[in-house]
Design a protein around this ligand. Structure first.
Ligand SMILES: [Zn+2]
Length: 385
C-alpha cells in the first residue's frame, strides 16, 4: 500500500483539500482528508494537485501528426503503423493521458496495441478502439478499410468489428476535411442506415460514435441514438452556422457532443478551421448555453498542431465556451470516461477505481494551464513519470 499526499485533489467531479489517496496494486482503495498512519509508505507531492489520469475519447494512433499523415499511412504497412501507434500512445501517457479511445485505425492496429499493453499496463494508456470506421464507398477515410454500402453490409460490418473486440462502433456520417472527394457538410449515409448502425452497435453491447459535421447529419445521428456526436461543428458549404432546432434536439437527447479541440501553439492550423474559429467558438458556446452535454477530445494525430499529448490544450479551449476550469477538468476525466463506457473504472479518483493518476504543479481548478506542468503520472498503480 502507498499513501499519496498532495495539496488538493480533483477527483473527477469535485475538489478535495489535503487529500491522502491510498493505492494498492493497481487500484485506489481509499481517499481521505486525514494524514496517513505511521508505517504506511507516503509519497508527498507537496503543492501539487492530484487528478484522475486524463481520458482522450477521440484520437487516431495510426496518424503521426506529421504534415501529411494520410499519405504516410497509405505508403506503410500495418507493422509500421503499429510501431507509430506505440510511440503515440507513450507520448499520451507521459502527458497524463491514461486512457485513449482510438476512433479510426487500419487493420485493427489499435486493438493489437491494446493487447500488447494489457500484458504490461504501466507501459501505455488503456487503448479503447473502433477499428476501421464505417464509411460509404470511397467516402471519408475509405483507405482505412471500413467501406460499407446499405443496411446489410452495415450489420455485417458491425458484427465483424464486435467479433474482433472493438470497444465502440464509429460511423462517418459526413465527409471530412482530410479525404479529397468528400465534403464535411455532406451526408454519407441515410438516416435509416445510421439507425441500423447505432442499433446494431447497441445490440452488441457497444457504444456508437458518429462523426458528424453538418446540422442534418447531427440531427440524424441523434435520432439514430448515437452515444457521442464527434465534432458537432455545424459546418456548412460556406463555413459554419448554428441550427437552433438541432441544438435544442441535442440538448434534449442523451447524445454527448465530443468537441475535438486543442492546437499546439506555433504549429500551422488547417486554414479552413482557422478562418471559422470565431464562428465555431460561438456555436459551441451556444450549445453549452442550451445545455448540450459535451466532452473535450482532441482528434490527435491528424496534423502537426495535434500531437498525441495535445489534450490539455483542448481543455483550455473549452473555457472559451463560458465554462469554469472544473467543468473542463470533468470533461476530460469523469464525463469522458463515462462517454466511453468505462466510467466505473476510469476518470475518477475514488475507492475501487483504477489507480491511473496525474499530478500537476499548481492548481488547474483555478488555472487550467497547470494541466501542462506534469509532476507525476501513475498507470495501474505504477509511477511512470
Ligand atoms: Zn477523428
Amino acid at each position: 500500500m502507498l499513501a499519496i499526499r498532495a495539496a488538493r485533489l480533483f477527483d473527477g467531479l469535485a475538489i478535495v483539500s489535503d487529500p491522502t489517496v491510498y493505492v494498492e496494486g493497481g487500484t485506489v482503495v481509499d481517499v481521505t482528508s486525514t494524514p496517513p498512519p505511521s508505517g504506511v509508505p507516503v509519497l508527498d507531492l507537496g503543492a501539487a494537485t492530484l487528478l484522475p489520469g486524463l481520458v482522450d475519447a477521440h484520437t487516431h494512433l495510426v496518424f503521426d501528426s506529421g504534415p501529411d499523415p494520410v499519405s504516410r499511412l497509405r505508403t506503410v504497412d500495418d507493422e509500421e503503423l503499429l510501431r507509430g501507434a506505440r510511440v503515440a500512445a507513450t507520448r499520451a501517457l507521459h502527458a497524463g493521458i491514461t486512457t485513449v479511445r482510438d476512433l479510426g485505425d487500419r487493420g485493427y492496429v489499435a486493438r493489437r496495441l491494446r493487447a500488447e499493453l494489457d500484458a504490461a499496463p504501466h507501459t501505455g494508456p488503456l487503448v479503447l478502439s473502433a477499428g476501421p470506421p464505417l464509411t460509404s464507398p470511397r467516402g471519408h477515410c475509405w483507405w482505412l478499410g471500413g467501406e460499407v454500402s446499405g443496411a446489410d453490409e452495415i450489420r455485417a460490418a458491425v458484427a465483424d468489428h464486435a467479433a474482433r473486440g472493438v470497444d465502440v462502433i464509429k460511423v462517418l456520417a459526413t465527409g471530412g476535411e482530410i479525404t479529397p472527394g468528400t465534403k464535411p457538410y455532406l451526408p454519407q449515409f441515410t438516416p435509416a442506415e445510421l439507425a441500423v448502425a447505432a442499433e446494431e452497435a447497441h445490440r452488441h453491447g457497444l457504444p456508437a460514435a458518429a462523426h458528424a459535421h453538418s446540422a442534418a447529419a447531427i440531427a440524424a445521428a441523434v435520432d439514430a441514438g448515437f452515444d457521442t456526436i464527434e465534432h458537432g461543428s455545424f459546418l456548412t458549404e460556406a463555413g459554419a452556422a448554428a441550427d437552433e432546432a438541432v441544438i435544442a434536439q441535442l440538448a434534449a437527447s442523451d447524445s454527448i457532443v465530443s468537441a475535438t479541440l486543442g492546437y499546439l501553439p506555433g504549429q500551422p492550423v488547417n486554414p479552413r478551421t482557422a478562418a471559422i474559429s470565431a464562428t465555431l467558438t460561438a456555436i459551441f458556446t451556444q450549445q453549452r448555453r442550451a445545455g448540450v452535454r459535451m466532452i473535450v477530445t482532441s482528434d490527435a494525430g491528424i496534423d502537426p498542431s495535434k500531437p498525441h499529448d495535445v489534450l490539455p490544450y483542448a481543455a483550455e479551449m473549452f473555457l472559451l465556451f463560458g465554462d469554469e476550469p472544473a467543468a473542463a477538468l470533468r470533461a476530460v476525466t469523469a464525463d469522458a470516461a463515462a462517454a466511453c463506457g468505462v466510467g466505473s473504472a476510469k476518470g475518477r479518483v475514488a475507492a475501487g477505481y483504477d489507480a491511473d493518476l496525474l499530478a500537476v504543479a499548481g492548481d488547474p481548478t483555478t488555472d487550467i494551464t497547470a494541466l501542462r506542468t506534469v509532476e507525476a503520472v501513475f498507470r495501474a498503480g505504477v509511477r511512470v513519470v
